[in-house]
Design a protein around this ligand. Structure first.
Ligand SMILES: [Zn+2]
Length: 411
């Protein structure tokens, strides 16, 4: 058997087994007993509902994961990639055109196949737990906008990468690295003003008590407040959130309207303080630097593996090509990506603690940070007792209880 077949197959299966094991542990860790900390925040019914939400989503994740795994294996071992490649080549559009058809067809197929799952998740699961606010119209228009963005932004980027590796010679990986880095910086810069508004309305937070409190806080911690926006998250879900986006002059803090509705001014300042904490501790810049470095390593390795016929043999290809190589390398690289991802999550959870600490130390009433974490957990029906192994594999944020304990420690 081809060595790449063995490596990729093993990686996919190990990943799948780890997912199943961690899910089982996670379900077993669901405790009947409400953690003391949440006494008075959750009533019995809400607590039971939050556990049911975890159960339902775990089951759904298992069905989706198994389906995708079987689909990939069948397509792979039935020679689907070569069949698709021959079809794409029949148009005779040259390497870039053929590559766009080859990868485009896979993307479209994946989108169509995953559609029933996302319909079920939105209109059945989220609906059942009272989260869903998405109308059929919004759902369809979201998908259409997503397709347009893929075509007009993803398409040229993919064409560029294929061109670099097809014609760039030895230094192709360097050109691709520079291009992709420039591109992603540009995207981050324009996303808050050009792309996100396609999906949500951003409105400047109006004058009033909340704005005043936020401005006072920003002054006190010496944060250059450029834009605080309210975003209509309620258009899709009752869940609430806040985030930081863009950089430089385009920096924005967005608060979901659902968040504003459910929290006091003090709690909202605490949320904002947490977001500002990420900025003050330079988390955004650090993440960006790591991801740029990672892209470089990936392109360097890609340029090596594009020359290896055995990688293409593993997928029963008659001919080698840059575009198919991109895809196969992606599969080969996925265990490395998983490992890097786990490292990034460890870092991200550390950053969350740091942002919490910054917030707790700079807001006037420290308990507000604890209160807001409790309320957010409740509003989003978060699992209060996730298994540590599950957290290790899947959580970018530490569980609420750990965050609360950490805040208490620094108080
Ligand atoms: Zn955070």
């Amino acid at each position: 058997m081809n060595i790449f077949t063995i490596i990729i197959l093993a990686a996919i299966l190990i990943d799948f087994v780890l997912e199943i094991v961690s899910n089982r542990l996670n379900l077993k860790a669901l405790s009947k007993q409400l953690p003391d900390e949440f006494e008075g925040v959750y009533d019995e019914e809400t607590y039971a509902k939050s556990q049911e939400y975890t159960r339902v989503n775990t089951k759904f994740g298992f069905v989706t994961g198994t389906f995708n795994l079987i689909l990939l294996l069948v397509f792979w071992f039935a020679g689907g990639f070569n069949w698709l490649d021959q079809w794409a080549r029949s148009f005779e559009f040259g390497v870039i055109g053929t590559g766009l058809i080859f990868i485009g067809a896979l993307v479209i197929a994946k989108m169509v196949i995953s559609m029933p799952f996302s319909i079920y998740s939105t209109f059945v699961i989220e609906e059942r737990f009272g989260f869903n606010k998405t109308t059929v119209k919004t759902f369809i228009s979201d998908r259409l906008k997503g397709i347009l963005l893929s075509v007009f932004i993803g398409g040229p980027l993919l064409a560029g990468i294929i061109a670099f590796f097809a014609y760039g010679g030895t230094w192709a990986w360097l050109y691709a690295w520079i291009a992709v880095t420039a591109f992603s910086l540009l995207m981050q810069y324009i996303a808050p003003t050009w792309i996100m508004p396609l999906f949500n309305k951003f409105e400047p937070l109006e004058d009033g008590e909340l704005r005043q409190a936020i401005e006072n806080y920003a002054d006190r911690v010496d944060f250059p407040l450029q834009g605080i926006y309210v975003i209509d998250g309620s258009k899709r879900s009752a869940k609430s959130n806040a985030f930081f986006t863009g950089f430089g002059k385009n920096k924005r803090i967005a608060l979901y309207d659902t968040l504003i509705e459910n929290h006091t001014t003090e709690e909202l300042v605490a949320v904002l303080a947490h977001e500002i904490g990420h900025y003050k501790k330079k988390h955004i810049v650090k993440n960006m630097a790591i991801s740029i470095l990672q892209t470089g390593i990936m392109f360097g390795l890609l340029s090596v593996f594009l020359q290896v016929p055995a990688l293409f043999d593993a997928f029963y290809m008659d001919q080698m090509s840059v575009y198919a190589g991109l895809l196969f390398f992606g599969l080969l690289y996925s265990p490395v990506e998983t490992l890097i991802g786990l490292g990034m999550q460890v870092l991200s959870r550390k950053h969350e603690y740091e942002a919490d600490e910054f917030a707790a130390k700079t807001i006037s009433e420290k308990e507000e940070m604890v209160n807001v974490l409790k309320k957010l957990s409740k509003d989003n029906l978060s699992n209060l007792t996730p298994h540590p192994f599950y957290v290790f594999l899947n959580y970018s944020h530490p569980p609420a209880l750990s965050r609360i304990e950490a805040i208490r420690r620094v108080l």
